[in-house]
Design a protein around this ligand. Structure first.
Ligand SMILES: NC(=O)c1ccc[n+]([C@@H]2O[C@H](COP(=O)([O-])OP(=O)(O)OC[C@H]3O[C@@H](n4cnc5c(N)ncnc54)[C@H](OP(=O)(O)O)[C@@H]3O)[C@@H](O)[C@H]2O)c1
Length: 203
């Protein structure tokens, strides 16, 4: 797949590197692709363009921007109505005014219906390496577009996650952000450290 990554920081680069390794074609969407630091991000299957160019070229757009930058970036990337958009942000420490979360902002600003919340519920280290001993971690995806969720499942498998659980429709997006907040609470607030993760067990 051709995947634009808007927000090439901790999460964006963990996903970019994993997907590039799996053979996807990654286009980082940067503020200033000509910046001298850009070359350190590039490798086989990873190129860099502006946020608008990357979005136009890609089939799938992954948003891993700071919440505070998301609305303005969404307004500058042009027509992405027919793309698949994956929102990996968490509005748990601040809202993207006037929206409740970035998922709502994506749907309202782009009018895209194929939007899914995924890759938000665990730390970026777990996205780089979802293997704990002989267990592989699970991922979770919420949103009412089955087409977008199918892509999220495939991309989570390509990173090495075992299952990508269907968390429900658009009405479960807030809950998935609260689930992320539960990880943040345990890892950071309760000081268990960032090398912890959730796995669904069944019997
Ligand atoms: N950290 C985690 O473990 C984690 C896990 C799950 C979800 N999340 C969510 O994922 C999002 C990103 O978190 P992060 O930790 O990856 O943040 P981060 O390391 O600060 O990365 C954000 C990236 O966005 C770029 N950016 C900012 N404004 C931009 C703009 N206008 N155009 C293009 N790029 C822009 C930043 O570039 P500059 O540095 O040049 O400004 C930076 O590379 C957040 O919404 C967070 O809630 C984080």
């Amino acid at each position: 797949m051709k995947i634009a990554i808007l927000g090439a920081g901790n999460v964006g680069m963990a996903l970019a590197n994993g997907w590039a390794k799996a053979g996807h074609s990654i286009i980082l969407g940067l503020k200033d692709p000509q910046n001298e630091k850009t070359s350190s991000l590039l490798k086989e299957n990873i190129t860099a363009k502006t946020t608008a160019e990357a979005s136009a070229e890609a089939d799938v757009i992954l948003i891993s921007l700071p919440v505070s930058a998301t609305v303005s970036v969404l307004k500058e990337i042009g027509n992405v109505k027919e793309k698949i958009i994956i929102d990996a942000t968490n509005s748990v420490f601040g809202k993207p005014d006037p929206y409740n979360n970035c998922f709502e902002a994506v749907k309202d600003i782009t009018k895209c219906e194929k939007v899914v919340k995924c890759f938000n519920s665990t730390g970026f280290e777990n996205m780089s390496d979802p293997v704990y001993g002989n267990l592989r971690l699970d991922m979770f995806a919420a949103g009412s577009s089955e087409e977008a969720k199918k892509i999220a499942v495939k991309l989570s498998e390509d990173l090495g996650f075992e299952n990508c659980y269907d968390f429900g429709g658009d009405d479960k997006v807030d809950l998935l952000e609260q689930f992320a907040m539960s990880w943040i609470n345990l890892a950071i607030v309760q000081k268990h450290g960032r090398d912890i993760a959730f796995k669904v067990l069944k019997r």
